[in-house]
Ligand binder design. Structure first.
Ligand SMILES: NC(=O)c1ccc[n+]([C@@H]2O[C@H](COP(=O)([O-])OP(=O)(O)OC[C@H]3O[C@@H](n4cnc5c(N)ncnc54)[C@H](OP(=O)(O)O)[C@@H]3O)[C@@H](O)[C@H]2O)c1
Length: 357
C-alpha cells in the first residue's frame, strides 16, 4: 500500500500560474522535495499526479476564485507566478494586481497556517523595459514613475503583511528560460523555433534584433535555478519580507553566444538583420504544420510555440541588461548556471519532447 502523502508532507504549496514558464518549473522542483504537497492553479488546469492536484480557475473573476479556492485551508505557502499579458505597460497593472488580490483575499482568511507569500517579479521593477536603466540594478534602487505592476503587487503585500501569520519574498529574475507551451514570454522557445525554421528554409541563423543589441551585455535566469531560489526564499526565515535578484551568475553578449546557438542547430550565421519577428513570422503557420508532420513532432499549435512579440522585445535591448545578484548570495543562495550550457540543455530538452526536430 502506498504511504498516505498527508502523513509525510508538512507543507502545501499553492502555485498560482501553474502552466507558466516559471510556475511549471517550480512545480517540477517542488515535487522532487520530500515535504511538499502542491496545488497548481491556472485557467487551463492540468493532470493530477502524486502530490499534485490542479484547480482550473479564472483568477480575474473574484467570485469564481472564491468558489474554486475557498476551501483550500491546508495552504501554507502561496507562490504567485500568474501573468496576464496586455499590449501596454499601463494595461498590465489592473489585471495582474487583481489576480494577486483575489488569491490573497480568498486564501488568507481560511488558511490558518499560511506562512509565506512568494511574489514573482522581474527587472521591470528597475525600469529595464523602458530603456537604458542603471546597471547593475540593485534591490535597493529607487522605484521609477508608475505604472508598473510588479511594484504595485509588492506594495500590496507590504501593506497587508504586518500583524499576519505570513511573511513575503519577491524574486526578480532576468529573462527566464525553460520549457513551457502557450506562453507570451518564452525566449528559449523563440530561438528554438526561429532556428528550426531557418534550417528548414535553408537559411543561416541571422540575429534579428537591433544592431546594438547584438553587442550589449546581458544575463539570463534558468527556470530550474529560479525554482530552487524561490523555494529557498520562501522557507529561509532570513529572507522574510525581502526582494532578491536571481540570475544565472554569468554575463554574455549575443555576438559570442549566437554563433554557438547556430552551431547547435548545425547552421551558419550571417550578419544581423533587424526585423520584427512578430511581423515576419506571422505567415509561417503552414510551414510549422508541415514541419510537425515531416519530423513527427508533438502536435503543438503554431500559436503555442510562438512568443514572437517577446523575442522582438528582448532583441531590442541595445543597452546593458543585468542586475547585481550578490544579495541572494549574501543571504545564503549560492546556485549558479552556465548560460551557454543552459541554452543547449533546454534545446536538447525541446528535442527530447519532440517540440522541435
Ligand atoms: N518569462 C520571463 O522571461 C519572465 C522574466 C522575468 C519576470 N517574469 C515575471 O514572472 C511572472 C510570471 O511570468 P511567466 O513568464 O511565467 O508567465 P506565463 O508563462 O505567461 O504564465 C502565466 C501563468 O498564469 C496563468 N494565468 C494567466 N491568466 C490567468 C487567469 N486569469 N487565471 C488563472 N491563471 C492565469 C497561466 O495559465 P493559464 O493560461 O492556464 O491560465 C500561466 O500558468 C510575471 O509577473 C512576469 O512578468 C517573467
Amino acid at each position: 500500500m502506498e504511504p498516505d502523502q498527508t502523513e509525510t508532507t508538512s507543507k502545501t504549496a499553492l502555485v498560482v500560474g501553474a502552466n507558466g514558464v516559471i510556475g511549471r518549473n517550480l512545480i517540477n522542483h517542488l515535487l522532487t522535495l520530500p515535504d511538499w504537497n502542491v496545488i497548481g492553479v491556472s485557467r487551463r488546469g492540468g493532470e493530477d499526479t502524486r502530490g499534485l492536484k490542479y484547480v482550473a480557475v479564472d483568477l480575474l473573476n473574484e467570485k469564481e476564485t472564491y468558489e474554486k479556492l475557498g476551501n483550500l485551508s491546508e495552504v501554507t505557502h502561496i507562490f504567485f507566478a500568474a501573468y496576464q499579458d496586455r499590449p501596454t505597460w499601463a494595461e498590465l497593472v489592473q489585471p495582474n494586481l487583481a489576480m494577486l488580490v483575489n488569491v490573497v483575499n480568498t486564501i488568507e482568511p481560511i488558511a490558518s497556517n499560511l506562512q509565506h507569500i512568494s511574489l514573482m517579479q522581474g527587472y521591470k521593477v528597475y525600469g529595464a523595459h523602458l530603456g537604458p536603466f542603471k546597471t547593475p540594478a540593485r534591490e535597493t534602487d529607487a522605484y521609477h514613475m508608475p505604472p508598473e505592476f510588479n511594484v504595485d503587487q509588492q506594495q500590496f503585500l507590504e501593506q497587508r503583511q504586518p500583524g499576519s501569520t505570513w511573511t513575503w519574498s519577491a524574486l526578480r529574475p532576468s529573462v527566464v528560460c525553460g520549457f513551457a507551451l502557450g506562453n507570451p514570454m518564452n525566449l528559449a522557445m523563440v530561438i528554438a523555433i526561429y532556428a528550426s525554421m531557418s534550417k528548414e528554409l535553408g537559411l543561416p541563423l541571422r540575429f534579428p534584433g537591433k544592431p546594438g543589441a547584438y553587442n550589449s551585455l546581458l544575463e539570463m535566469t534558468d527556470a530550474g535555478l529560479l525554482a530552487r531560489a524561490t523555494v529557498w526564499a520562501a522557507t529561509d526565515e532570513r529572507c522574510a519580507n525581502q526582494a532578491f535578484n536571481i540570475t544565472n551568475g554569468d554575463l554574455f553578449r549575443w555576438n559570442e553566444l549566437w554563433p554557438k546557438i547556430a552551431a547547435f542547430f548545425e547552421l551558419e550565421t550571417a550578419p544581423p538583420l533587424p526585423m520584427s519577428l512578430e511581423v515576419i513570422m506571422s505567415d509561417k503557420e503552414t510551414l510549422w504544420n508541415c514541419m510537425v508532420k515531416k519530423y513527427g513532432l508533438e502536435n503543438n499549435s503554431y500559436k503555442d510555440v510562438s512568443s514572437w512579440r517577446f523575442g522582438d522585445f528582448v532583441f531590442s535591448w541595445d543597452y546593458d541588461f543585468f542586475a547585481d545578484g550578490s544579495k541572494a548570495r549574501r543571504f545564503g543562495f549560492h546556485d549558479f548556471i552556465d548560460t551557454e550550457r543552459m541554452f543547449m540543455d533546454i534545446f536538447e530538452d525541446f528535442r527530447r519532447r519532440k517540440v522541435i526536430p
